[in-house]
Design a protein around this ligand. Structure first.
Ligand code: SF4
Length: 372
């Protein structure tokens, strides 16, 4: 199948930017083409520092992190590195200039010798996913359309399994590991947590544990149920954006405005956390838009910005203050509603609220102990 018989063909994938949304697809696609995938290591301080050395300081953190991951792959001896240019993901649904021009950035800042595999996806200009995949395969002398289409099908199979598992309640890492192992399992969520938040954030910020400083785990330990882009389908996100009277302009908007809009409208989240990189233009526009609608629906929102200097102490203090405020608000509501149910003798609801009250008490005392 591989015309130059390159069963030892290799591609290096930086664990950053599009890796977080598309890796299950990339993995299935390359595996079907018999191209070995080498991923860069998980983000470390060293990787961030390496990226920072090559870029001007006001470049956003995710691009610095991506650059650091390219260096990491070069240090592993990988010679072909995947640096896609994802311009638009639907007609006039665009990425920011840095993601669009990623190959140009890398070419201009890293002077070491290596081959960039730099396919373009630009649906506004009719450059679709098949064209994207075809140009990758061509770099490995694979030109047979049927082989390329079958590899895409294999990629989608893993990608769809990943999405389904994540939506059923598995964490990002659990869903990813099962998907690439060819497994498909689902999880029943039994944990009752008193409050819930929706996080609006790019996958490359939220699911990179070093960049987000393990935000999801920290919140869960504080007794907070977390919703993210893993729990919302693309259709649900688009639908929610439209119901708020907005429209999708940015390619990553579904993970941000879409997630926030979905939870603003369905009332399942007590608050919204916006996590974004310092200096990100698209995120600041989306945050303003979401803030306006959150205020309209009386849902508290906090904006956490991150860069390479963000310290964990201040970060924890801000999320603790926010979740404590949500907890108090919830307790006041529970008290008010309990009185209503008592007046109406609704015993079923009263039992549910008693359980909720107990879990609120436990979570508040846990967060106080942590602060001491
Ligand atoms: S969307 Fe924002 S954070 Fe992401 S690459 Fe562009 S400027 Fe950076």
């Amino acid at each position: 199948m591989n015309e130059d018989n390159t069963t030892n063909a290799v591609i290096g994938i930086p664990r950053a930017i599009s890796y977080y949304g598309n890796y299950p697809f990339y993995y299935g696609f390359f595996k079907a083409l018999k191209i070995k995938v080498v991923i860069s290591d998980k983000t470390t301080s060293q990787i961030i520092n390496d990226g920072c050395k090559y870029l001007v300081s006001d470049t956003c953190l995710p691009i610095k992190v991506f650059t650091g991951h390219v260096i990491n792959l070069l240090n592993k001896g990988v010679e072909k590195i995947f640096v896609p240019s994802i311009q638009s993901t639907a007609y006039k649904v665009n990425n920011c200039s840095k993601i669009r021009g990623l190959p140009e950035i890398i070419r201009n800042v890293i002077s070491r010798e290596f081959k960039m595999i730099e396919p373009t996806l630009d649906k506004t200009e009719n450059i679709n996913l098949y064209n994207f995949c075809e140009s990758i395969a061509k770099e490995y002398n694979i030109t047979d359309k049927k082989i390329i289409k079958n590899a895409m099908k294999a990629g989608f199979e893993i990608y769809n399994n990943f999405k389904e598992m994540a939506k059923s309640g598995l964490t990002y890492t659990e869903a990813l590991n099962h998907a690439v192992n060819g497994e498909k399992i689902s999880k029943k969520i039994n944990v009752v947590r008193p409050i819930s938040v929706a996080i609006m954030a790019h996958g490359y910020n939220l699911f990179d544990e070093r960049i987000s400083m393990n935000l999801i785990k920290k919140l869960e330990r504080m007794g907070v149920n977390v919703y993210s882009s893993l729990n919302v389908t693309g259709d649900e996100a688009i639908n929610a954006i439209e119901r708020l009277g907005e429209f999708q302009y940015w390619a990553n908007e579904l993970e941000l405005t879409g997630v926030a809009a979905h939870y603003i409208l369905n009332g399942k989240a007590d608050g919204i956390i916006a996590l974004s990189a310092f200096g990100c233009g698209p995120d600041s526009l989306m945050f303003n838009e979401v803030s306006y609608h959150a205020k309209e629906h009386n849902i508290p929102i906090i904006h956490l910005t991150i860069d390479e200097h963000t310290g964990e102490g201040g970060f924890i203090t801000r999320i603790e203050a926010f979740t404590d405020m949500l907890m108090r608000k919830k307790q006041i509501n529970i008290k008010k509603q309990t009185q209503d149910y008592q007046a109406n003798q609704n015993t079923e609801k009263l039992m549910q609220f008693k359980e909720m009250k107990e879990s609120c008490k436990k979570s508040v005392s846990r967060s106080k102990i942590k602060k001491l």
